[in-house]
Design a protein around this ligand. Structure first.
Ligand code: FAD
Length: 320
């Protein structure tokens, strides 16, 4: 009757979100007086999950699962949940997990709540707090089905190291034919993605043109950050659409979001307001973004950003 948690990995390495969902599942397990079983697919170093609260890892090694396939992955998790008799299944809020959740909900006849922010306020009845209306409100939601699926918002719970250890068991679920097989995946870039980034450096129309993105990329490189942009910037073709964040773009839930030359329109804020610390650089002291910012610099990006890069490089050199 353990809590089952699906842990995502990339090239064998667990994503930060995987460690976060295990930490979160451990909090639920403590509330329910049970343990955490993790399921991993083609990941290395599965025992690492013990440090975040899993006591058992069901390890699947299967070449046919090397690329994400929603139908097969969902079948594997469903198999594990049934074998373990799990009444709670925890997923992240990644794009992959959002494909898996409805399939699992059907297979397990479970209720699914996405974008959950905190450990349940109660496990009987099972009640969780989730974001609503593009993060402008919270909804306390009760899941009434016997099996419950919880999708945790990235970066909402954090990583909690419990110092435990996990046994690793090989797991070979029976998998359905999916009708679609991904032959290979070629990544367009090796850069850190917006979804996985701790820090995001984002540029808006205030940067005047694509030729000025060198300093945004340099700042991102110094900080080990992902780059992002406002909608008009990608609409104008200055940056790829994959960098567009906001209500109609990607959501950002980083620890640090640096907005440069972005006005802070409501549709932009809707996608980034789960970020923990927001820093705004804008020439206009009346720009709406300053109201949502934790730190603001009223100044010209073309002066502030190069200075920031220089100071950060000096700081890194001193502390290397
Ligand atoms: P602008 O509004 O033009 O702002 C540029 C800012 O740069 C200004 O505040 C200016 O003071 C500042 N600036 C100028 N020069 C400098 C300088 N040298 N140094 C520093 N600062 C400078 N937008 C999104 O971003 N994401 C979305 O998902 C999204 N979805 C939308 C959905 C709908 C249905 C609609 C209607 C709109 C949506 N928008 C979205 C667009 C949104 O309303 C804004 O138009 C957009 O966010 C503005 O982009 P911006 O801040 O880059 O540009």
């Amino acid at each position: 009757m353990s809590i089952l948690v699906y842990t995502e990995s990339d090239n064998g390495k667990f994503k930060k979100a995987a460690l976060e969902v295990v930490s979160y599942a451990k909090a639920i397990a403590d509330q329910m007086g049970t343990s955490v079983t993790a399921i991993s697919i083609n990941a290395d170093n599965e025992a690492e999950l013990g440090n975040y609260g899993a006591t058992k890892v069901l390890s699947i090694k299967n070449d046919t699962l090397s690329a994400f396939n929603a139908k097969k992955y969902a079948a594997a998790i469903e198999n594990a949940a049934k074998n373990e008799g799990s009444k709670v299944v925890v997923l992240s809020s990644s794009a992959d997990s959002k494909y898996l959740a409805p399939l699992l909900a059907v297979g397990l006849e479970a209720g699914y709540v996405s974008n959950v922010m905190e450990a349940p306020s109660s496990v009987s009845p099972f009640t969780v707090k989730r974001t609503a209306f593009t993060n402008k409100a919270y909804a306390n939601t009760e899941i009434t089905t016997e099996v419950k699926i919880v999708g945790l918002s990235n970066n909402s719970f954090g990583l909690v190291e419990s110092g435990g250890s996990a046994t690793v068991e090989s797991f070979s679920p029976s998998l359905p034919e999916s009708g679609v097989n991904v032959e290979s995946v070629d990544k367009a870039t090796d850069k850190v993605t917006i979804a996985d980034a701790e820090t995001v450096v984002s540029g808006g129309r205030g940067l005047k043109g694509p030729e000025n993105w060198g300093m945004i990329e340099e700042l991102a490189e110094v900080l080990g950050a992902a780059t992002a942009c406002s909608k008009p910037v990608s609409d104008l073709g200055w940056r790829p659409h994959s960098e567009h964040v906001g209500q109609t773009g990607k959501p950002v839930a980083s620890n640090l979001y640096i907005a440069i030359g972005i006005s802070g329109a409501i549709q932009h804020l809707a996608g980034i307001n789960s970020s923990k610390v927001k820093v705004v650089i804008n020439t206009d002291a009346e720009a709406p973004f300053f109201k949502a910012a934790d730190y603001g610099i009223v100044g010209d990006a073309f002066e502030v950003v190069p200075t920031l890069i220089e100071k950060l490089k000096a700081f890194k050199a001193q502390n290397a």
